[in-house]
Design a protein around this ligand. Sequence first.
Ligand SMILES: Cc1cc2nc3c(=O)[nH]c(=O)nc-3n(C[C@H](O)[C@H](O)[C@H](O)COP(=O)(O)OP(=O)(O)OC[C@H]3O[C@@H](n4cnc5c(N)ncnc54)[C@H](O)[C@@H]3O)c2cc1C
Ligand code: SF4
Length: 282
Amino acid sequence: MLYQASGRRLSSRTYLTVSLISLSLRWVAPGVSPTPRESATRNRRGARDRGVLCLKARLGWHDNRREEGPPLYPARFAYTAPTTLEEALATLVEHGDEAKVLSGGQSLLPLLKLRLASVSHLVDIGRIPGLEYIREEDGFLRIGGRTRESALERSDLVASRYPILLDTARVIADPLVRNRATVGGNLCQRPRCWYFRNAEFNCLKKGGSMCFAIEGENQYHAIFGGGPCHIVHPSNLAPALVALDASVELKSWHATRQMKLADFLLGSYQTALEPGELTGGA
Ligand SMILES: Cc1cc2nc3c(=O)[nH]c(=O)nc-3n(C[C@H](O)[C@H](O)[C@H](O)COP(=O)(O)OP(=O)(O)OC[C@H]3O[C@@H](n4cnc5c(N)ncnc54)[C@H](O)[C@@H]3O)c2cc1C
Ligand code: SF4
């Protein structure tokens, strides 16, 4: 990538370590599709019900069977927290698309709790040393896949030579999210919209036959491109890194490959991450 900093033209790339895993999505049969207003009312009711159930859970009542509304707890899964990259890659290749990388958990855990994603094996990469870094090597900026979004805000290197990343990191979510969420997770999070998050809408992305945003509430959706999913990617970092012509490094048990981030992001539907693969850096 070509990047202008301090009057000097730099070549900078980003090598991220990310492991891309496709989500297995579960949905609830929608019946008659409610209007968005009806949907909002049901959401509010669902939120109220969830609050009641949270209280019950705190009191020790862990029965989360419900007549309506999304479940509160994820389905059962195995959890591994490897301490080496090799161990993580071995687990990922062993379980294939049944496994998923857990990084900051800011997107994945809510999806699992709402049963909008399911996984049989979570591979927590948080205990693997050496995946969090921001440094320059041979004129390239390198960012580890486990690097927290807040680290971009605090980095003198980023502030002085790559201010677009500082400006971008500052506007992501809020400080609490940025302290846990990671650069790799930011690029690998699945684009989805309010119809996706609502269990009553079995949209294309959940295996259904239509995109509700085409005729529905679509003020935050894509105006370019023809779908089939019309949501824009939620990542603020992605456009900034694509503008910097960043590349991502994808590691699997068998090989390491590198590709332009622009090629990694396959529209709004998915990324080029293969099962068993993990992103190492950008
Ligand atoms: C309330 C809220 C508001 C937000 N607002 C914004 C915003 O304004 N702008 C923005 O850009 N983002 C926003 N986000 C997204 C957030 O910044 C995180 O980037 C995102 O939640 C995922 O990061 P994570 O590290 O928590 O990943 P996780 O939740 O752990 O994982 C997300 C996905 O990426 C995969 N993954 C994670 N790391 C890797 C890896 N190294 N290799 C391969 N796959 C990997 C996981 O398997 C999972 O599928 C928001 C999130 C929340 C909860
Ligand atoms: S844009 Fe359409 S297909 Fe994509 S998540 Fe929303 S409703 Fe589903």
